[in-house]
Design a protein around this ligand. Structure first.
Ligand code: COA
Length: 181
């Protein structure tokens, strides 16, 4: 028997850093870590990153995008995909969008951010977030913002707060688990 998807209450928190000075950077000094920009990554590679990070957190929206839609999105100059490698293997990624359609005011959105499960809990999240935010400001962001919700990883919000992000809006909605982006 297939279980019915459950309706759950989802709390979404919007956070922002208004200047680089507010960033509590915590990058690791580890020669085994490498951050590379994936310029126009293949759709297959992007889907691999998205699924590997988000599968346990019901990230599904981008998996429903066609190859054409995803390729066109990734080719936009405003989109930056940074991939973290540990000893030569991908461990996580961050996706920045300097012209996010969701933005109420100018700023760069951290659209997706996370690590593959095997890499959680050893400082790589704060490392990747610090480098991603620095890149956004290097590229001229007026502010860096994002939203995270209660379906994301249990330490996602704490990681943003610890890096200096300040909450500025909260929304609550009902969602069928399995339909999350
Ligand atoms: C959220 C995520 C990136 C954190 O990365 P991580 O490598 O596990 O975390 P780190 O070890 O670098 O710790 C970073 C911060 O997270 C918080 N944190 C991490 N582990 C924690 C724990 N066990 N208990 C409490 N806080 C914790 C802390 O605030 C910590 O910062 P601090 O040490 O300066 O206080 C990672 O767990 C992840 O990819 N989760 C799944 C995807 C996701 O939820 N992405 C965010 C979507 S918006």
């Amino acid at each position: 028997m297939v279980a019915e998807p459950a309706e759950v209450e989802v709390v979404t928190t919007y956070l922002q850093l208004r200047s680089r000075d507010q960033l509590h950077a915590a990058a690791l000094d580890d020669p085994e870590l490498l951050l590379l920009e994936a310029r126009e990554p293949s759709v297959a590679f992007y889907r691999f990153l998205y699924d590997a990070v988000g599968r346990e957190y019901t990230w599904t929206e981008r998996l429903r995008w066609s190859d054409e839609r995803l390729a066109a999105h990734l080719a936009r100059p405003a989109v930056t995909v940074l991939v973290l490698y540990l000893r030569g293997s991908p461990a996580g990624y961050v996706e920045l969008d300097a012209e996010s359609a969701e933005a109420g005011e100018a700023g760069t959105e951290i659209v997706y951010f996370g690590l593959f499960p095997a890499f959680h809990g050893r400082g790589l999240g704060k490392h990747l977030l610090s480098l991603g935010v620095a890149r956004a400001f290097d590229d001229g962001a007026a502010r860096v913002w994002l939203h995270t919700c209660t379906l994301d990883g249990p330490h996602a919000l704490a990681n943003y707060r610890a890096r200096g992000f300040v909450p500025y809006k909260t929304t609550i909605h009902q969602e069928r688990v399995g339909a999350h982006s």
